[in-house]
Design a protein around this ligand. Structure first.
Ligand SMILES: NC(=O)c1ccc[n+]([C@@H]2O[C@H](COP(=O)([O-])OP(=O)(O)OC[C@H]3O[C@@H](n4cnc5c(N)ncnc54)[C@H](OP(=O)(O)O)[C@@H]3O)[C@@H](O)[C@H]2O)c1
Length: 345
């Protein structure tokens, strides 16, 4: 079949003229792919944490109801793009067909890959939902997806279980960005530090801040705070609710002798935590919003409202080489790997 647009614009059904990510609906016909598309038999979806939390709430933690919500979204939109949170996730699967224009790629039918582009722009058709894992935000499915010519993917490494790789790749942008932001001697705070991206960021932040720096992990529940403590990646683990900015601010003031943080990384999966991040950061410091529940308006107007001059960074899910960085973290730290195996296997 003819060549499609490299960014997948030929799959946009409505509204015409927008990119696939912004589209309300994509064409998810898997019958015949374009010469520059890749067709994949999808085995497992890793639903983005903010989206999964919303689906769990709407579906009252009932897997049949949640499956119904997922099927409805994919049927209506041709992609797993949660209309409420606006977020997606990613998939793993086996390559079924590589369009002839992409024949020079190191990819052949049967290769196991993970998508590194969001499900919010990936044409997806689901035949069946086999199982929903409420603890891991993962959904076993029978379905197919299309990757565009510009779509990035990772071949799954042989030395890591697929489920672990999927969990890792979902949040691989976070530790890669942390590595760029945290400098030797920095005081860094990871909000939601006991979660999936949070633990990776804590580990990377400590590595970068070094012995002269200080890393603080803020957990929410007692169990995630204990996970931070147990990891040993943070110099200090504290418990708090990031949707209560004043409480968090006062704690951070106290434990930093009023200096606040040089870098704050927000890895929370619920809305309303912008101000805790901004207030915990010193003048001229950096706030990195990895969370998809971030409101641009709340962050921008909130910082202005308290006269706080901080550099705020949107958590781009993609950073060059982030997949290899994330896999390498598992090999580098047996402790991190053990924690992830416990959480995701
Ligand atoms: N920027 C990107 O490209 C990108 C890519 C993937 C994911 N994300 C986003 O990154 C965020 C984190 O994802 P994840 O997979 O790491 O999630 P996760 O494993 O579910 O971790 C979220 C953490 O947030 C904590 N938390 C929840 N409410 C809190 C509160 N009020 N105060 C402080 N901490 C709170 C949770 O602690 P408890 O368990 O103790 O409640 C949990 O440890 C999500 O919003 C997700 O959408 C972004």
């Amino acid at each position: 079949m003819a060549k499609g647009n490299p960014f997948g614009i030929h799959r946009v059904v409505e509204p015409l003229g927008v990119m696939p990510q912004a589209a309300k609906r994509l064409d998810n016909d898997m019958g015949s792919i374009r010469d520059n598309e890749i067709l994949v038999d999808v085995e497992r979806l890793n639903i983005d944490a903010a989206s999964f939390t919303q689906l769990e709430e709407e579906g009252e933690r009932d897997t049949t109801k949640i499956a119904g919500l997922i099927k409805k979204i994919v049927k209506e939109r041709g992609k797993m793009h949660n209309p409420i949170t606006g977020s997606g996730g990613m998939f793993i699967g086996a390559v079924r067909q590589v369009g002839k224009d992409l024949a020079s790629r190191d990819l052949k039918p049967g290769d196991k890959i993970a998508s590194l582009v969001s499900l919010t722009l990936t044409p997806l058709a689901l035949k069946r939902i086999k199982k929903i894992d409420l603890e891991k935000d993962q959904v076993e499915v029978e379905g197919q997806a299309v990757l565009f010519e510009s779509g990035v993917y990772a071949k799954l490494p042989a030395d890591l279980p697929d489920r672990l790789s999927l969990a890792l790749l979902d949040v691989a942008g976070a530790p890669a960005q942390t590595a760029r932001l945290v400098k030797p001697g920095d005081a860094a705070l990871v909000i939601g530090g006991g979660g999936k991206s949070g633990l990776l960021c804590l580990y990377e932040a400590k590595k970068r801040a070094g012995v002269t720096g200080r890393v603080i992990g803020l957990g929410h529940s007692a169990s995630s705070t204990e996970r931070i403590r147990e990891s040993g990646f943070a110099d200090l683990a504290i418990q708090g609710d990031a949707s209560k900015p004043l409480e968090v601010y006062e704690k951070i003031l106290e434990v930093t002798d009023g200096k606040l943080m040089d870098v704050t990384i927000n890895c929370v999966n619920v809305p309303g935590t912008e101000m805790a991040s901004i207030m915990s950061t010193r003048e001229g410091g950096i706030v990195y919003f990895f969370t998809m529940a971030t409101s641009f308006t709340a962050a921008a107007l909130g910082a202005e409202g308290i006269g706080k001059d901080v550099n705020m960074i949107i958590g781009n899910g993609f950073a060059k080489g982030h997949d290899r960085i994330a896999f390498e973290l598992m090999r580098e730290s047996p402790k991190l790997r053990a924690l992830f195996e416990r959480m995701f296997l």
